[in-house]
Design a binder for this molecule. Structure first.
Ligand SMILES: Cc1ncc(COP(=O)(O)O)c(C=O)c1O
Length: 400
């Protein structure tokens, strides 16, 4: 009889991963990017050059350098944030992470204990929600409008929590190209957010992973930069959306003592060196031009998807055009449950992210859904949206 290894595992683990399956023909889930825009030629050349020059450093963990990450890459991140995000950053305020998901994990590990409360945006990143759930952390959602966080509602939430004797451990926000709604928080609201949370003693965790993908290139200063050395904001970014998610390179920016504490929690002996070397070699000369081209490709796909939604769903859905990024967020009439559409969609070869998993309150999110236009080609976008509308119409006909 074989030994039952799984029976020996901790009882509180999440369900085991399902076996991997080929995605269906019309896959609009996840944060995949435009395949034709991956700069693989430039990355290949950069990899060869840097390996020829520095390959021997691979003999040592962290390439024989600081565990904060490969210095030229941290230098590029500082330069990029200085120019593109009006945020002066020192190299020792940057910790390179294995994707920004690791940044979320490190910040959560440093700040959160079971039973704590955090404030999140009413619609937010599902990967953060699942993390909070696993950690046994409670959350309160703040309303969003087409510009991002509703500061008036945030004031109410902070007041109510204070009256209940709860100090939230942080406010998690995606202010620039919000996931999933695609808004960009104006600078006045960023300032108001800082002011309010400071009065209540609440830190801000600013997740800026889509910020390089603003359509018109107009990117407000980061909340961290507006804090102006106030120490209230931990910031994270990523190369997943601007270059390629498979690289698994993200970064945290915070004051040095905070970064050193987070580093002590990063026990992976360093983020992949080949990716760091290659990015640092490629990015200084090519990043801006590459991102400009990527934005044009994504914007065209976004226009196609919104036109298809308008054509096939008509007045049944509201979609606010995003200010950048790779998603659109659809709102259906009251009573629709987008989760209930998943099985019919799967049978028609379509997958999408139902809104409940992307919402602080699953009941609020039930009539919403997220579509990623980043990866599918234009034709699949048109055909997939048309098919999804058929699935939706069939389900509403059944309801009648
Ligand atoms: C808001 C947000 N944060 C973080 C991540 C994680 O990205 P990565 O780990 O690839 O940097 C994602 C991915 O979709 C995201 O949407």
């Amino acid at each position: 009889m074989s030994f039952d290894m799984v029976a020996t595992f901790r009882p509180d683990l999440p369900p085991a991963a399902e076996p991997w399956q080929q995605p269906p023909p019309f896959s609009f889930v996840g944060g995949h990017n435009d395949a034709d825009s991956v700069p693989f030629g430039g990355l290949a050349e950069a990899a060869v050059n840097v390996l020829r020059r520095e390959g021997q450093a691979l003999a040592t963990y962290n390439l024989g350098g600081s565990p904060l990450g490969y210095l030229p890459l941290r230098q590029f991140i500082c330069d990029k944030l200085g120019v593109r995000a009006s945020m002066p950053v020192e190299v020792d305020e940057v910790l390179v992470t294995s994707g920004s998901l690791q940044a979320l994990d490190l910040v959560n590990e440093a700040l959160l204990s079971p039973g704590d409360t955090v404030i999140i945006e009413q619609a937010t990143y599902g990967g953060m929600l699942s993390r909070l759930e696993r950690l046994g952390v409670d959350w309160v959602g703040v309303d969003l409008d087409e510009h991002g966080i509703d500061v008036g509602h945030l004031a109410t939430v902070l007041d109510e929590l204070a009256q209940a004797g709860t100090t939230p451990k942080y406010l998690y926000t995606i202010p620039t190209v919000q996931n999933p709604t695609g808004s960009v928080l104006p600078v006045e609201r960023r300032l108001a957010l800082l002011d309010l949370t400071r009065r209540f003693g609440v830190p801000i965790f600013e997740d800026d992973c889509y910020a390089d993908l603003v359509w018109d290139g107009e990117r407000p200063p980061t909340i961290r930069s507006l804090d102006d050395g106030g120490g209230q904001v931990i910031y994270c970014g990523s190369f997943s959306k601007s270059i390629a998610p498979a690289l698994r390179v993200g970064y945290l920016v915070a004051d040095e003592p905070v970064i050193r504490q987070l580093l002590a929690l990063k026990t992976d002996a360093g983020t992949g060196a080949l990716e760091q070397l290659t990015l640092a070699e490629y990015a200084p000369a090519h990043f801006d031009h590459h991102v400009e081209r990527l934005i044009a490709a994504l914007r065209a796909k976004c226009t196609t998807m919104i036109a298809a939604v308008d054509e096939h769903f008509g007045d049944d859905v509201v979609v606010t055009p995003p200010k950048g990024g790779i998603y659109i967020w659809l709102t259906f009439p009251d009573g629709v449950d987008t989760g209930a559409l998943s099985a019919g969609a799967a049978a028609a070869g379509i997958e999408f992210n139902a809104g409940a998993g992307w919402s602080a309150d699953p009941a609020w999110g039930a009539r919403r859904l997220r579509l990623c236009f980043g990866h599918a080609d234009e034709r699949s976008i048109r055909d997939g949206v048309a098919r999804l509308a058929e699935v939706y119409r069939a389900s509403t006909a059944l309801d009648r």
